[in-house]
Ligand binder design. Sequence first.
Ligand code: DC
Length: 262
Amino acid sequence: MCVNPKSMGKEARNSPKKDLCLVQLRIVNIPSTDLMKKINIAIDGYSSCGKSSTAKVIAKHLGYAYIDTGAMYRAVTLYFLEHYVSLSDAHAVHKALQEIELKFMLNPKSNNSEIYLNGLNVEQEIRKMYISENVSEVSAIVEIRKDMVAQQQRMGRKLGVVMDGRDIGTMVFPDADLKIFMTADVTVRAERRQKELLEKEELVEIQKVIDNLKHRDHIDTNRTEGPLRKAEDALEIDTTFITFDEQVDIILSLAMSKILLN
Ligand code: DC
């Protein structure tokens, strides 16, 4: 299934079916309560499709925990770069993993959960371009993936988690009640990513961002362990032509249907 309101023709958008769509979206206004069934929501997809920002808002709306698994791989990459750990040295990789402690903690100012590497907040540092340029190679290492997946599964044991990444619906939570697979045109993704970098005062030319996204997509899709794949039961959402609010509304209404109707 592919949900993309912009791909509807003008007629369809103005037809009574549109009202159906609006009725469905109204569901999001029902606040979730502690008495409601909790589910895990897996959001996978290519780099810079808007997975993290969407997942964050959905988690806030549902009162769920948000886990950015990309941040975990980025923090491991930062540690490996800072400690000159060679990816081809299995012993060094194993030792480094034992020395790494990752934690998410809520920043009360931004009300966002931020990642800590061995007690240090690295939320800003891991978003920089030099981390993006190295993270896919690091996250292709089998031992690193096994370690991260085990930690992520522990975080989701009690349900009530929105997790985004590349292998959440296939490896981390294969039984998740709701699985979303997000896609978008690579140029649109690159423009969004470039804007994010600029907001953090890092100016990167668009072609360099496009090349990095394509490179990461290639490695993420072709690695042997936990490759980026759409789970068979995932719903695909193409975000190329829809606004951020629209993508949030679509996923929230799907989540509320799972919570209320299952
Ligand atoms: O979501 P992101 O762009 O911040 O993720 C950074 C990298 O981490 C991405 O290029 C691939 C890797 N990753 C992964 O292999 N598996 C995940 N579950 C999440 C991210």
